[in-house]
Write a protein that binds this ligand. Structure first.
Ligand code: PTJ
Length: 250
């Protein structure tokens, strides 16, 4: 038994653990109630993908790691769902890739921003951006537009898990490299992404960290990492995930 009352051998252990974390996130004031709906949508896609990282998603995760390592100012955007699901893993990814963490919420309230910042600190983060909110993403009129001038606003590469389509499109219009984690390959966010990562955030975040560590250990040259990026075919990644979902197999 671990943090939930279900043995780890249970065939749906991961899925039940994820639900438990989201539920707990709502109780702690970290996750919005809409986050529960997003979780349900995500579960449906994950089920169709076989609740595993498909090989094309793993390739996208390696490319995402290369982008983060080559970036001048990488930022990991944190919302109420990923904060509840993978706080420690986000902190670890930020450390390995020397990225900033910034809380950015669709359903923004100051209470929730502070609850998430505190939660990330409790899980080892030293600095968390998102409270200054002294700039806006152009072309967005909702709360998601509020960003830190020295964070997402200035970033060249942004990792955006469970994004809403509007912001994904607005960040793309700002010319940012967007690494989007979303289980729905047809979502507007994935359509706007530079690197579509069609995988559950619970698996994707640690996988990107592992790839970043391997790329660092192999002391890959900048040129090698640029080649990994240049050879990446986002259309093929989107098509592959859609094919797996429609066919039910690789
Ligand atoms: O915390 P906030 O206020 O910033 O709000 C965050 C949510 C996620 C509630 C907000 O961004 C939202 O409403 O998102 P949507 O429009 O419901 O989109 C969520 C997308 O993420 C859907 O395409 C889901 O399939 C997908 N998704 C859900 N859970 C996961 C996921 N993708 C990857 N990993 C997951 N665990």
């Amino acid at each position: 038994m671990s943090e939930i009352e279900v043995p780890e051998s249970h065939p749906r252990y991961q899925s039940l653990l994820t639900r438990h974390r989201i539920e707990d996130g709502v109780k702690k004031g970290i996750t919005s109630t809409q986050g529960l709906i997003a979780q349900g949508r995500g579960e449906a896609f994950d089920y169709l993908l076989g609740e595993r990282t498909i090989p094309s998603a793993d390739r996208a995760e390696r490319v995402a790691a290369a982008h983060l390592l080559l970036a001048e100012q990488p930022v990991l955007s944190v919302n109420g769902n990923v904060a509840a699901l993978v706080p420690e893993e986000l902190v670890e990814l930020a450390e390995v890739t020397d990225a900033d963490l910034e809380v950015n919420l669709f359903n923004r309230t100051e209470e929730r921003i502070h609850a998430i910042v505190d939660h990330l600190h409790e899980h080892g983060a030293s600095e968390v951006k998102g409270t200054a909110a002294d700039e806006r993403i152009p072309g967005l009129d909702h709360e998601r537009a509020k960003v830190d001038s020295d964070g997402i606003y200035a970033a060249d590469v942004v990792l955006v898990p469970l994004e809403d389509g509007d912001r994904a499109e607005a960040l793309a219009a700002m010319g940012k490299t967007e690494l989007v984690i979303d289980l729905n390959p047809l979502s507007r966010s994935q359509q706007a992404s530079t690197v579509p990562i069609i995988d559950n955030a619970i698996r994707a975040i640690p996988a990107i960290t592992t790839h970043a560590r391997v790329l660092q250990r192999a002391s890959s040259t900048l040129e090698e990492m640029r080649t990994i990026i240049d050879e990446f075919d986002r259309e093929a990644i989107l098509a592959d995930a859609e094919r797996v979902i429609r066919n039910g197999s690789d």
